[in-house]
Write a protein that binds this ligand. Structure first.
Ligand code: ADP
Ligand code: MG
Length: 240
């Protein structure tokens, strides 16, 4: 059986401004399979976040095709795209996007209240506790985000994405707002989640952190310029 989760074929995205067209990504073809841990690297402005937003169905593509679990997404209406996104995609933003009025528990639970099929309160609680345990934050369930370090907030943002039980985690610059100690800890967490079977696609401009992933692609001016497999030993030694 084909275990491809996301498949891009010759995908381009153009942003149309008042009098400028920005070709953010051009003719990108890419398959992500179950169990993969892919790092998207490249300098600032090279199209990394655009590519991740396309993968997360947060941006419409201009040309090409994009399939999620074999379903071609381009012809779908907005509601059906939203359903597919809820079902398959866990998005983790660089800025965490946690709500400070809510506890950690409620932040993780919030998206679950808007899902089909509707979950019972007990099912939601189980999922939230399981996700917080996966990121080792269950002991902070009743804290507010402002009482946590940046690294802990990033863990909660990852838990919120995991609680939806997505097919893939899409993570944009997970260490971008963290010091190196917290950054290393978040990268170790992503490695451990991948070892537990979570499929991950991460954007990073930091080549050292890209080495934590199992596969890497590099963008330059919106073009995919290299694809490589990180050797298993490099993968392990980076983690140690
Ligand atoms: P990266 O994440 O690698 O820094 P981006 O995907 O954010 O790159 O940006 C790629 C190009 O697309 C840049 O030239 C950027 O200015 C442009 N861009 C990104 N988002 C938008 C947008 N919403 N509207 C117009 N241009 C955008
Ligand atoms: Mg970016």
């Amino acid at each position: 059986m084909d275990n491809t989760i996301l498949a891009l074929h010759q995908v381009s995205k153009v942003y149309y401004g008042q009098d400028v067209e920005t070709h953010a990504i051009s003719n990108i073809s890419l398959n992500i399979k179950a169990g993969d841990y892919l790092a998207i690297t490249g300098p600032s402005g090279s199209g990394k976040s655009t590519l991740l937003s396309v993968l997360g169905l947060l941006e419409e593509i201009t040309s090409g095709s994009y399939c999620i679990q074999g379903v071609e997404t381009r012809s779908l209406d907005a509601d059906t795209q939203a359903e597919l996104r809820n079902l398959h995609i866990g998005f983790v933003f660089q800025s965490f996007n946690l709500l400070d009025g809510l506890t950690v528990f409620d932040n993780v639970a919030l998206p679950l209240h808007y899902r089909e099929p509707i979950l019972t309160a007990q099912e939601i609680e189980q999922r939230v506790i399981r996700a917080l345990t996966q990121v080792e934050m269950s002991h902070r369930a009743n804290h507010k985000p402002s009482q946590l370090s940046g690294g802990q907030q990033q863990r909660v943002a990852i838990a919120r994405a995991l609680a939806g039980e997505p097919s893939i985690l899409l993570v944009d610059e997970p260490t971008g707002n963290l010091d190196s100690k917290n950054g290393d800890a978040v990268m170790a967490l992503l490695n451990s989640l991948n070892e537990q079977g979570v499929t991950i696609c991460m954007v990073t401009h930091d080549t050292r952190y890209a080495g934590y992933a199992k596969q890497q692609i590099q963008l330059l001016d919106g073009v995919l310029v290299s694809k490589s497999k990180v050797s298993h030993s490099a993968h392990l030694s980076e983690v140690m």
